[in-house]
Design a protein around this ligand. Structure first.
Ligand code: 5AD
Length: 357
């Protein structure tokens, strides 16, 4: 699909016309990744963060949230719970937390790999190559790092780098792939200043990067952040500004599926947050094939407030899991068994020792 066609779909309105897009995406999903919905247990291991991203409630300047870092025993207990619930993967996510040390994380990954059959996905922000390689060697399989926007000037305006560093997530994603990880990325939809042209370029970049996983969700303003204060925000001109709407999110999921046929695409929590009734199911019927149930202990989960009113903060992992499985089956879909690796992956595993300087 060319950029012009992507742009046309992004600007298309009306359920009649859009139902064609939903249909094409659903068909492509069925043909290329099948009926299985893979479940990934999400563990939010720490909400400490040293960065100042303009949209995220975990940013270091937000003094209104209590900070926590889970212990290794607590995290391993969650991994066992995910395994007992039948999930094939755990995703360990955190802010960019300097308190997560290289060796500590290495030992934790080894322990989870030793004690369970789970695939391990990391989502720990921009970390030094040396740490990323060490964690791959410990057994980590996948890494998630959204590039958020492919336009450098917009990226820079919302991602102040750490002192003395340069932030280039797109370059980092390419290296992560060389190190041997399955890589996942994505963007927020409707960031103030994001234009239709930007978003079409983002979607084309998903394909160019040959992503194994693509996670997208609507931007949700958080009032304890600079982008959550409407008077301070620089929108694009109205005809160009992408709305942070539910419909636009489905369009991006559907187009991502049509461009990246074999990618694993979650129906994200942000989508379930703006439509708690049916957001998750609609995502799954418009291109997505993955759900990431939260298995973080409730007391911590409430503190992992990247944006306000996050879905499912109050439900226990077991209750949510059983309700979810029922809803997925009633859509005529099946629950994925095993690790649910990317179908792109076969033959691409490389050794970190071959690529490290
Ligand atoms: N609204 C929506 N998504 C957000 N994220 C962070 N803050 C927000 C927000 N205010 C997303 C980012 C990040 C992921 C973990 O959560 O895309 O990469």
């Amino acid at each position: 699909m060319e950029k012009q066609e992507i742009l046309r779909w992004l600007r298309t309105t009306g359920e009649d016309r859009l139902s064609r897009l939903w249909q094409m995406a659903d068909q492509a999903r069925r043909r290329h990744v099948g009926q299985d919905v893979h479940l990934r247990g999400l563990i939010e291991i720490s909400n400490h963060c040293s960065r100042r991203c303009g949209y995220c409630g975990l940013n270091v300047h937000n003094s209104s949230i209590g900070r926590y870092r889970m212990t290794d025993d607590e995290i391993v207990a969650c991994a066992h719970q995910a395994s007992a619930l039948g999930y094939g993967t755990v995703v360990m996510q955190a802010g960019e937390d300097p308190g997560i040390g290289k060796q500590w994380m290495h030992d934790l990954i080894r322990r989870i790999k030793r004690e369970t059959d789970l695939a391990v996905t990391l989502s720990l922000g921009e970390r030094p190559d040396e740490e990323l390689c060490s964690w791959f060697d410990a057994g980590a399989d996948r890494y998630l790092l959204r590039f958020e926007t492919s336009r450098r000037s917009l990226y820079d305006s919302i991602h102040p780098p750490l002192a003395g560093t340069m932030s280039d997530r797109i370059a980092l994603l390419r290296r992560l792939k060389l190190f041997g990880y399955e890589i996942g990325s994505g963007v927020m939809i409707g960031i103030p200043g994001q234009t239709y042209d930007d978003l079409a370029t983002d979607i084309l970049l998903f394909k160019e990067l040959d992503l194994d996983m693509i996670g997208v969700g609507p931007f949700i303003p958080h009032q304890a952040t600079p982008l959550g204060r409407p008077d301070q925000v620089a929108y694009a001109v109205p005809a160009e500004q992408v709305p942070n709407s539910e419909e636009m999110t489905y369009k991006v999921i559907a187009l991502s599926r049509l461009l990246c046929l074999r990618a694993n695409i979650p129906s994200t929590t942000a989508l379930a947050t703006i439509n708690s009734e049916s957001g998750r199911e609609l995502g799954l019927s418009r291109g997505a094939n993955v759900v990431m149930p939260n298995v973080t202990p409730g007391a911590y989960r409430a503190l992992y407030e990247i944006y306000p009113s996050k879905a499912c903060v109050d439900e226990t992992a077991a209750d949510f899991g059983s309700g979810l499985v029922r809803r997925i089956r009633s859509m005529g879909r099946t629950i994925g068994r095993g690790r649910g690796d990317s179908p792109n992956l076969s033959g691409r595993k490389s050794r970190t020792s071959e690529v490290l300087p």
